[in-house]
Design a protein around this ligand. Structure first.
Ligand SMILES: C[S@@+](CC[C@H](N)C(=O)[O-])C[C@H]1O[C@@H](n2cnc3c(N)ncnc32)[C@H](O)[C@@H]1O
Length: 188
């Protein structure tokens, strides 16, 4: 339900440069914390899974780090819309968008992989990334607030316990109303 609303808002906002900018403000500090948490630099190759019609996470990552970002979304209409937004913002040299599913995409070129809050099935996507990413890769997963967990696809406690040596959580500076922590996994 929340995921559908987000997509609907993004699709409508994507028609206006002003609304794209306004929408991006929500993500600015969230991404700032994620960039710090994962130590993202301009030389990193970033994959954003679940970019949506306005790929604000990718836009902020590219702007804040100057790294190249590849965005995927399983929804073809979101991809067409996102490409248009990226072109309008003059970021086509930094951000590419493609239709693909997070649980199937080739992970090997990337050393930073970002999983959006609305991605589903989240654990299958995370398992695919973890099994196929290279050593040293950092995986960032947005986690919903406890009271909102039933509205999203979630990573199970069993997965987190099984991989506890590689998992950490951060909740510093998060003022988003849908998430309360960020999961970071570092491949070793
Ligand atoms: C509405 S967006 C929100 C993301 C936000 N715009 C951002 O920049 O972080 C979430 C998108 O995730 C996509 N999505 C969900 N599960 C996915 C998966 N397994 N693989 C690829 N895309 C996925 C949906 O199609 C939707 O467009």
């Amino acid at each position: 339900m929340i995921a559908v609303c987000t997509e609907c808002i993004e699709r409508n906002f994507s028609k206006s440069n002003f609304l794209i900018k306004l929408y991006g403000l929500y993500y600015r500090n969230i991404v700032k914390n994620e960039v710090k948490l994962a130590g993202i630099r301009s030389c990193d190759r970033i994959l954003c899974i679940g970019g949506g019609p306005i790929p604000s996470t990718a836009i902020e990552m590219a702007r804040q780090t100057d790294a190249c970002v590849h965005v995927i979304d399983m929804d073809g209409t979101a991809v067409v819309c996102a490409r248009d937004v990226i072109k309008k913002l003059g970021l086509a040299h930094k951000i590419t968008v493609e239709q693909a599913r997070g649980e199937e995409v080739d992970i090997s070129p990337y050393n930073v992989i970002h999983v959006a809050l609305q991605v589903r099935p989240k654990e299958a996507v995370l398992r695919h990334i973890w099994n196929n990413c290279k050593l040293g890769a950092r995986i960032i997963v947005r986690m919903p607030k406890k009271g909102l967990r039933s509205f999203y696809s979630n990573v199970t406690d069993a997965f987190i316990e099984r991989n506890s040596d590689y998992v950490s959580f951060d909740s510093s500076g998060l003022c988003a109303n849908t998430m309360d922590k960020t999961l970071l996994m570092v491949k070793a």
